[in-house]
Design a protein around this ligand. Structure first.
Ligand SMILES: Nc1nc2c(ncn2[C@@H]2O[C@H](COP(=O)(O)OP(=O)(O)OP(=O)(O)O)[C@@H](O)[C@H]2O)c(=O)[nH]1
Ligand SMILES: [Mg+2]
Ligand SMILES: [Zn+2]
Length: 364
C-alpha cells in the first residue's frame, strides 16, 4: 500500500508491507541471503559495473529500519523499486483451503494465465519464487496435499510477483497466507491487515453448507450457521470510514468439486475461461454465488459481501477432488481459481479500464 506525501504532486512513499512504517530504497541497509538462509550485509559501494549492480540488487533485500516492537525484517529490493505495491491476503479459518487455492493461483500465473488480460509477470525474488514453485506448486501438481500453514509470530508474505499491465506499468503484488488460527487472533500479528489492499475470503462448503452428501467429509470442524470466525475477526480489524469497508475483495466458494452436481455450481464450473475481463459476467456469477450461499448457508456466511463496498463472489475448486489420506490419487484439476484474483486485480486498477463492461467496473 502507498501513502501520498505532501512533497511533489506525483510523489508517493511506500509502506513496509510488514510493519506499515514508511520505507524507501536505502543502499545502506542492503542484505543478501546465503545458502543457510541467513541474511548477510551487502556492500555495493565498490561495484562499478551498472549491469552487475542491477543483478545483485535483483536478489537483494533491504532491512526495514523500524525495530519498534517488531523483529528484524527484510523486504526484497525489487518490491521497493518497481512502483506502487499491492498486497493481497487470503482469509478463512483452518483447513478452508487458502493455501491450496493461493498455490493454484500462482501456478496459473506462472503458466501465463494473466497474459490474456495483457499482464506479464516476473518474480520479486528469484530464489524465493523458485522455492515456492518447488515446495508448493510442483508438490501439489504431483498429487501431494500441502501442509497446514504453521502459526507465525510475525506476518510475512509467502510469495510476491512483479506484474506488468498492458499499459506497461509494473507493480509488485505480494500475497499473505496466514493460518486460520492466526487469523482468528486479535493480537498485533494482524496489524498488517491495516495496510492490505485486497482480501480473498475462502468459504469452505464443509462448514457453510448443510447438504447431507458433505457429512462424511466434514472432519473435526463440522457445519455451522454462524459463519467463518476468521472472516469476522478480519472484518472487525479493518478500518471503516463509513457503512462499508473500502477495500477490494472477493469471496470464493471453494471446494466446489464437492458440489459439482448442485445447480448453479455445475453450470459455473463448466463455464469456459473468459478471454477478457467482463464486469457483467462477474456480476452474474456474484449474484448466483450470493443467492446459493445465502440460501443454503445463511446470512452469516455472506457477511464479507454485505460489508465490503466492492466485492465479487465466485465458485472455484483448487484441487478438483478431495484428498485421500493426504494425496490426490488422480492428480489435481484446478477449476476457476484465477477469477477471484483477476477480480481484485481489476478493482485495484492493475488491468486497466476498457469501458463499461471492463475491469474498472468489476464489483460496482
Ligand atoms: N475437495 C477439496 N478439498 C480441498 C480443496 N482445496 C483444499 N482442499 C483440502 O482442504 C484441506 C485444507 O487445505 P489448506 O489449503 O491447507 O487449508 P488452509 O485454509 O490453508 O488451512 P490453514 O493453513 O490451517 O489455515 C486439505 O485437506 C485439502 O486437501 C478443493 O478444492 N477441494
Ligand atoms: Mg494454509
Ligand atoms: Zn517494516
Amino acid at each position: 500500500m502507498t501513502v501520498p506525501v505532501t512533497t511533489g504532486a506525483e510523489a508517493s512513499e511506500m509502506l513496509c508491507p510488514y510493519c506499515l512504517e514508511v520505507v524507501s530504497f536505502d543502499e545502506g541497509q542492503l542484505f543478501e541471503r546465503d545458502e543457510r538462509q541467513q541474511y548477510e550485509k551487502l556492500d555495493l559501494s565498490g561495484q562499478t559495473s551498472a549491469l552487475r549492480r542491477a543483478d545483485r540488487l535483483r536478489s537483494a533485500y533491504q532491512r526495514c529500519r523500524n525495530t519498534d516492537g517488531t523483529p528484524p525484517h527484510f523486504i526484497p529490493v525489487p518490491y521497493l523499486s518497481h512502483g506502487s505495491p499491492l498486497t493481497v491476503a487470503m482469509v478463512g479459518d483452518s483447513a478452508t483451503g487458502k493455501t491450496h487455492l493461493l498455490t493454484q493461483m500462482i501456478a496459473e500465473i506462472a503458466d501465463g494465465g494473466l497474459e490474456q488480460y495483457g499482464v506479464t509477470w516476473q518474480s520479486v525474488n528469484p530464489q524465493d519464487h523458485q522455492d515456492f514453485m518447488v515446495e508448493r506448486v510442483d508438490a501439489l501438481r504431483s498429487g501431494q496435499m500441502l501442509e497446514h500453514t504453521p502459526s507465525q509470530t510475525f506476518a510475512s508474505f509467502v510469495e510476491a510477483l512483479l506484474l506488468t499491465g498492458a499499459d506497461g506499468v509494473t507493480r509488485p503484488v505480494a500475497f499473505f497466507d496466514l493460518s486460520g488460527e492466526d487469523l482468528r487472533r486479535t493480537t498485533a500479528l494482524l496489524r498488517f491487515l491495516l495496510g492490505v489492499d485486497a482480501l480473498i475470503f475462502v468459504v469452505d462448503p464443509l462448514r457453510a453448507l448443510p447438504m447431507r452428501q458433505l457429512d462424511p467429509m466434514r472432519g473435526e470442524f463440522g457445519y455451522s450457521r454462524g459463519g467463518d470466525p476468521a472472516f469476522q475477526t478480519v472484518l472487525d480489524r479493518l478500518q471503516r470510514t463509513g457503512p462499508y469497508l473500502e477495500i477490494a475483495a472477493s469471496v470464493v466458494i471453494n471446494k466446489c468439486d464437492l458440489l459439482r452436481f448442485e445447480p448453479p455450481v455445475d453450470r459455473w464450473l463448466a463455464e469456459p475461461p473468459a478471454d477478457r475481463v467482463s464486469a457483467r459476467r462477474f456480476r452474474d456469477e456474484s449474484r448466483d454465488a450470493y443467492a446459493f450461499l445465502r440460501h443454503h448457508g445463511g446470512p452469516a456466511w455472506v457477511r464479507p459481501f454485505d460489508n465490503v463496498l466492492r466485492c465479487t463472489m465466485h465458485f472455484a475448486s483448487a484441487t478438483g477432488s478431495h484428498d485421500l489420506h493426504g494425496s490426490f490419487l488422480h492428480g489435481v484439476r484446478p477449476r476457476r481459481v484465477l477469477e477471484p484474483l483477476v477480480s481484485v486485480l481489476s478493482m485495484c486498477g492493475l488491468l486497466g479500464d476498457h469501458g463499461d463492461d471492463g475491469p474498472a467496473n468489476v464489483g460496482m
